[in-house]
Design a protein around this ligand. Structure first.
Ligand SMILES: Nc1ncnc2c1ncn2[C@@H]1O[C@H](COP(=O)(O)OP(=O)(O)OP(=O)(O)O)[C@@H](O)[C@H]1O
Length: 249
């Protein structure tokens, strides 16, 4: 058996918006413990691809299967897809700014909680140690008691990644994590994502080539809703079709 069996398989997927084919017979696979970068020019279909995986957009044709045995994601709604372990981070962080880093993380832990449980929440030692471990993973161990609103933009992004990791997703989709970050923050973000992908699949949509190079992972290039090239960053950036698409604009 492969050391990294397929977790997500998108096969022959197409989506048309008002007659415009945004995703055109798209097929690709992601392994269970893999970091993957998805790049492509504006309008290539990156956001639509994530919308399909998370159930926000229904394709006209094709298959999307997840896990083992493969579940048909196209038969599930957005919340059911989230429950089977697919998390998505949007570009803008949505942390609770008036709460501390600690509180944001503890509330995000995977638990079945009724609204009353949240109001009457009592600290449980194992939750506290989980939060401490998460905070260390996202480089915020010394910021736990700070109000989230006081964090830098980069720190807020890491906190949100931590809140998603608290749900223990098996597939994490991350949209342009490096946007608006300082060079040091970008570097730390690469470390966080690479570490997270040791035990799960992490798919990063990113425009910044330097950032993608630093991720040092397999790269999928999308163009006009299909895979134009796939492989290492050196492989795809030397691919003539990729060069034509990027330079021809
Ligand atoms: N709901 C919609 N209705 C009509 N057209 C849409 C819709 N969503 C996306 N599109 C079109 O589909 C194409 C793919 O869009 P998408 O946002 O997936 O690209 P992208 O690769 O994420 O681009 P960007 O890098 O600019 O975010 C674009 O031409 C876009 O205008």
């Amino acid at each position: 058996m492969s050391k990294n069996p397929t977790l997500l398989e998108v096969s022959g997927v197409s989506v048309t918006f008002d007659g415009f084919r945004a995703i055109n017979n798209l097929s690709f696979q992601i392994g269970s413990a893999e970091l993957r970068a998805v790049i492509g020019p504006n309008g290539a279909g990156k956001t639509t691809m994530m919308d399909i995986i998370t159930g926000k957009t229904r394709p006209d044709t094709g298959k999307v299967t997840y896990g083992r045995p493969g579940k048909n994601l196209l038969k599930m709604n957005e919340s059911a897809i989230a429950r089977v372990g697919i998390g998505r981070k949007f570009q803008r962080p949505s942390v609770f700014e008036s709460q501390t880093v600690f509180d944001n993380l503890i509330m995000a832990l995977k638990k079945s909680r009724s609204p009353l449980d949240v109001v009457f929440y009592r600290r449980d030692d194992s939750d506290v140690s989980k939060v401490e471990k998460l905070a260390a993973e996202i480089g915020l161990a010394d910021q736990l008691q700070r109000l989230s609103g006081e964090l830098s933009h980069g720190q807020k992004q890491w906190l949100e990644i931590g809140m998603l990791l608290a749900q223990d997703p098996q597939l994490l989709l991350v949209d342009e994590p490096a946007a608006g970050m300082t060079p040091e923050e970008r570097e730390k973000t690469t470390d966080i994502l690479r570490k997270a992908a040791e035990t799960r699949a992490v798919v990063v949509v990113e425009h910044d080539m330097e950032f993608v190079r630093r991720l040092d992972c397999r790269v999928t290039v999308l163009h006009e809703g299909a895979v134009l090239a796939e492989g290492s960053i050196d492989h795809v950036t030397q691919d003539q079709a990729v060069i034509d698409v990027y330079l021809g604009r």
